[in-house]
Unconditional design. Structure first.
Length: 141
């Protein structure tokens, strides 16, 4: 989770939304990402999507051994990618600021661990207070 938090902080320093993600296979980080919607003027570069993009092409077997770490509960789009690539485990920093379709992921067999990290929560809450319009745009309000 530390690497995902580092990615979130990099995104914030770039003027973006502080959400970070890493993909781990067999104990090694194979992809890192952060929410890059603002920096790249992209509607889809959430942290998990950026992380998967940076991991490059992997085999189905690789994804099936992977764990994706994300500082915030994944949205519908990112959850769809998790299901598409059959990533079996998601470790979530916090889900108090936003909760995606976690129950649905679990019904599809995904193992979820919510750390309820105060650091992740404080980072997100400070951003939301300072940038409510950008936050509302990111989550589709």
């Amino acid at each position: 989770m530390r690497a995902a938090i580092d990615e979130a902080r990099k995104g914030l320093a770039e003027g973006g939304i502080p959400i970070g993600s890493v993909l781990v296979i067999d104990g090694a980080i194979v992809g890192r990402g952060r929410n890059r919607r603002v920096q790249s003027c992209s509607p889809v570069l959430h942290a998990e999507m950026h992380c998967l993009e940076n991991a490059g092409r992997l085999s189905a077997r690789d994804y099936q051994r992977a764990t994706i770490y994300t500082t915030l509960s994944p949205c519908d789009m990112c959850s769809g990618a998790i299901l598409l690539y059959q990533i079996p485990k998601v470790v979530i920093g916090e889900n108090r600021s936003f909760q995606g379709p976690e129950a649905y992921l679990q019904t599809r067999g995904v193992d979820l661990a919510v750390l309820d990290s105060d650091e992740c929560f404080r980072l997100m809450q400070a951003f939301i207070r300072a940038n409510p319009e950008l936050w509302n745009e990111d989550i589709g309000l």
